[in-house]
Design a binder for this molecule. Sequence first.
Ligand SMILES: Nc1ncnc2c1ncn2[C@@H]1O[C@H](COP(=O)(O)OP(=O)(O)OP(=O)(O)O)[C@@H](O)[C@H]1O
Ligand SMILES: [Mg+2]
Length: 428
Amino acid sequence: MAKREKYKVIRKLDAGGMAEVYEAVAEGIEGFEKKVAIKRVLPHLAENKKFIAMFLDEARLSLHLSHANVVNVFDIGQAGGTYFIVMEYVDGTNLKHLMRMLKERKHILPIEQSVYIIMEVCRGLSYAHGIKDSKGKKLGIVHRDVSPPNILISNQGEVKIVDFGLAKATSQLEKTDPGVVKGKYAYLSPESATGKEVDSRMDIFCAGIVLYELLTGQRLFLGDSDVQTIKNVRAAVVPDMLQYNPNIPHELDQIVRHALAKEPEDRFQTADDFAESLAHFLFTFQLKVTGFDIRRSLDRVVGDPGKDLDKQAIIDKFIEEEIAVFASLDNKMTLRTDLTSRSLAPGPREMSGLGSGMASPPAGMRRDSSQSLPQMYPQSGLHTPPPEPDVYEDDGSEDRQNFFVGLAVTLAIVTIILAVAWALGWIP
Ligand SMILES: Nc1ncnc2c1ncn2[C@@H]1O[C@H](COP(=O)(O)OP(=O)(O)OP(=O)(O)O)[C@@H](O)[C@H]1O
Ligand SMILES: [Mg+2]
């Protein structure tokens, strides 16, 4: 039998439609500890056998994904009648939160940073789309929900896609629990919104939606109702980006439109092609961008997430109780600390996983599986804030200000010394 891992749940991070995500610590031998994130399926959804079968199928598949731009999945477990996935903990934020913070400040990221984020997303997609089985046959992995909450940005400026394939399972809930998928329609592709079979080109379309939204600060297909949103996705009409951000070069506009082509055949056919075009754009326009720039933007826009976390630990006291129930639901999980001695911060609890050699999931569904000549575009020219919204930029004005203050003080001191020397007759 596979060795049981032990996890101490530290606190709840967030909740989506079908699961809750916790920060936890995996305890290894000799006190070795590793921070992990645990995604736990909401217990009432675990009753849906078809959903769980697909969820486990996809989760098991994601155990084999290992790439810098994909959140690693380490373990899958069962507890209290429901299931959980143990994955790499990404210390940072998600793109939805970053975009919301930017919007509140009426800012958008510099063009090259938005492009960089989507290039990194494409790297992760390209890896997953290309995975083959032992016989060299493509597994046909498709994410199906490339959307801002599923794109995590670490405090170090890394970009990682989370929840590979889980949207396929979630789509099973549409009939029984429509609330679960509510609000997720704005990141579908036209073919998925019309109930057709999807392939990896769906992810390219969705990455295109996210790029459009990053570059313009506007939601692309979101309507007043879910029905309207689906209609918008099906029509795939892409409004002029320049009305929102006049600094977007024509070449980039064309790339985004290519990714957002209504018919999959008219889009970039692979994530590599999409990423290559974006890289070519950056090169052509001499735009330098690295993860350090993303890190700086995150620092500026989101600040120190630790501050909010402390606050959350105090405010969300009910979470502690929830975790206690979570931990006591099944005797596979044992309480680590005394439940009666509660502190304000949620106390750690243990839960056990099944390791990568987990027991088989319930029987069920198996995986069905024109560029112009280079222009010397001054980098700062691209950053000129459009009237609405402004582009957030680290323009170094603070450094310049400090320099001039320093210069003025030095000049004043030199003048005083010269005046005193002259008065004392040291200099003629
Ligand atoms: N591995 C992780 N490390 C750190 N935070 C994570 C991790 N996985 C998820 N999160 C956080 O938890 C949030 C909620 O995730 P969750 O997947 O449950 O909801 P969602 O993405 O909004 O919706 P959906 O259920 O459709 O995926 C994410 O947006 C992210 O901020
Ligand atoms: Mg998610």
